[in-house]
Every structure is written in structure tokens, then in C-alpha cells.
Design a protein around this ligand. Sequence first.
Ligand code: HH2
Length: 336
Amino acid sequence: MSYIRPIPMTDPARPIGAVPLAGGWCWFSHAEIFHRGEIARIVPVAQLDGETRDRLSSARPAFGGLAMDRPRIMGILNVTPDSFSDGGQFLRPEAALMQARKMAAGADILDIGGESTRPGAAEVLAAEEIARTAPVIAALRHGGLELPISIDTRKAAVAEAAFAAGATILNDVTALQFDPAMARVAAAAGRPVILMHSIATPATMQDDPFYDDVLLDVYDALAARLAEALAAGIPREKLAVDPGIGFGKTLAHNLTLLSRLSLFHNLGVPVLLGASRKRFIGTISAEADAAKRMPGSLAVALAGVAQGMQMIRVHDVAETRQALSLWQAATTGGAA
Ligand code: HH2
């Protein structure tokens, strides 16, 4: 089997024959072709078969009501005592609401979670997770917030309660694998779903994760999760994928994925990148305090956008919005 990665470009000058990448702000004229165990080759786009070229270049459908022709910012709100960077800050409902309203000014989606999935985290009971998240979502909706809200959960009961309270998207870090009822609940609710790659559970995922080839293994796993979601009755236009930076991955694994993220466009659905404040940023920048990793997080977010990532999950919404606006202005010469 071959794996085809469009080589993403953002230069204002496009050579003849270049095609848009996923109908978005990047283009490509060449692709890198991988076969397991072989050295990659680079081929011009004209050498790709028509179906592959169309899949890589065609516009993605709107996701959760958001057009995917520009990068979208997902703001993170962890209503938890123990999340790795904002744990305990927004556990009180008033604090959560204030932060959500602040983020709403710059975010396209709010992602609300009631269970930390940081490495080593213990599981939270569904009832507790519901008590943390559903009232915040309901209060935001009662207050008139219209932005898409995603519920970051592995549990079907939590997703159902969040949908009833007004959440519109499911963000499952186990890609519907943790809870056997999740695929059915998501399909019945008709809500868009983000399928994130992870191995094992947060409690054990960083215990010596191993891949044959991390890029191709994560790609295959996401392709399999997509197929399962389709089989469960969730239509393709309601699905997005995420390589799951930091979930069962070493520093080297994360960097391999980040440097070749555009491979995931070949899955034909929007791709989300979540790297904000994660440990690898601290390792590379020698910053032990997660709350001080905003500059590194901005750099990684922009590197993702330069590879056509349609959604970027971040803690620092206003800062990311500013960085993105300036990146767009500087790469397009103000034309976009
Ligand atoms: N990362 C985290 C949680 N949910 N969802 C998606 N789709 N992608 C991610 O990369 C992702 C995610 C972990 O980060 P955070 O929510 O900040 O921390 P914690 O799990 O400790 O609450």
C-alpha cells in the first residue's frame, strides 16, 4: 500500500499544474509517496491518479456549521481540578463561564472537557464529569452563546448530557473506542465527531509507546477508526480526524507527526491539531511551567496551519487569533 502526502505550500506564486490543498489556503504541486520499509519518493501532482488528486484537492464540507476554507480556532476550557495546564482554574462554574465568554471573542469553537486526559490521569466517573460540564454548557446557551461547542469526552453518557445541554460536536480522544455505546450515541444524535488517535488509556499511554512507523501507523489507525464510524452510521461529512499529539507518543513520535501532518489530508476529512502547551513544547524550550508555553504553542499552531490543518485546538485563543491573522496577512500579502 502507498501513502500519499501532498507537500503543502503557501507561497503566493503557484507553478502551472499546482492544485489547492483540501480546497483551502495551501496548494501543492508535488507529493511524497511512502511505502513501508522503503525510501520515500517525490512525484509531481500530474502523476497521481485522478481519484487521489481529487480527494486531496477538493474542498472539505463545513464541519459543525463552520466552512473549512480557513483555519478555525478551537478554544479549550477544562472544567477539571487537574488538567495539565489549566487544571483547577475553571472548576467553579462562574470561573468557567467567564473564561468561555472571554474565549468566545476569538474562538470558532469552544471545547469543554470535564476529565483530564493528561499522561497518568485517573478516570473520572461519568456522573462527576456530567456535573462539571453540562451546567456550564447550558448556562452558555442560556446566555445566548451561539458558537459551536464541542464536548471533550470518552463517555457516551457525558456526550448525551452535553448534547442535551447544547453541545453540537463530539470530541473523543479515543475515536469512539473507550465506550462501546459512543458510536451509537453519536450516530443517533447526528452530531459531528472528531476522531483522535490515542493508544491505551491516559493512565498508561506514555509507558514506552511503540510504533513500527509512527506516521503510517497513526494514519492506518485513523483510517480504520473512520471506517468504523462510517459503518456505525456517522456520515463522512460529519467526521474529522486528529493525530493526537502527546497521546501515547514520545518526543520523536510527536515531531515526526508534526513535520508531515499533511499526510492526513489523504483521509479526505478535516484535520484538527492539538498541541497547545503540551509536554514536548516544554522539553524543546526547556520550560517546565505549562502556562508559560504560549510562544511555543503559537509556533506549532502556525506550523500546522502552514500544512493546511483546518482546526487548531488551543488554550491561548486571543494570542492565537492575533498570530494567525498576521501569518495570513504576511503569507498572502493581505490578499486573503
Ligand atoms: N488534547 C487534550 C485533550 N483533548 N482533543 C483533541 N481532539 N486533540 C487533542 O490534542 C487533545 C484533546 C489534552 O490537553 P488538555 O485538554 O489541555 O489537557 P487535559 O487532558 O489534562 O485536560
